[in-house]
Ligand binder design. Sequence first.
Ligand SMILES: *[C@@H]1O[C@H](CO)[C@@H](O)[C@H](O)[C@H]1NC(C)=O
Length: 105
Amino acid sequence: MVVACVGSAISTMLALVAAAHQTGGRVICILRDHKELQISRQVPGSDACHIEFVIGEAQNLLLTNYSEADFVLIDCNLENHQGILGAVQASRNGGQVVIKSISFI
Ligand SMILES: *[C@@H]1O[C@H](CO)[C@@H](O)[C@H](O)[C@H]1NC(C)=O
């Protein structure tokens, strides 16, 4: 299982980390810049060593490098979350991916 999360979806992501590791999966978090990376690393109790943080353009990465992700989490606070959502959904063409758009505190 590959979980790709976009944005600072840290708390939700942590819940998924446990599940992903039980199934031998990977959790990848795509962040926009190094500032977000710093924030992510500061989350108390963060199991950050089990998460692959990637900095880049979420939409492109989801359609290329992580096109096999089973689960995609998108932070609705991202300005372009609708665009990312639409692009991923279109590329899956009704495939099995679960896409969640959630908002964070
Ligand atoms: C995505 O894939 C390209 C081509 O395979 C590679 O050059 C690039 O480093 C990858 N990016 C990430 C963030 O893994």
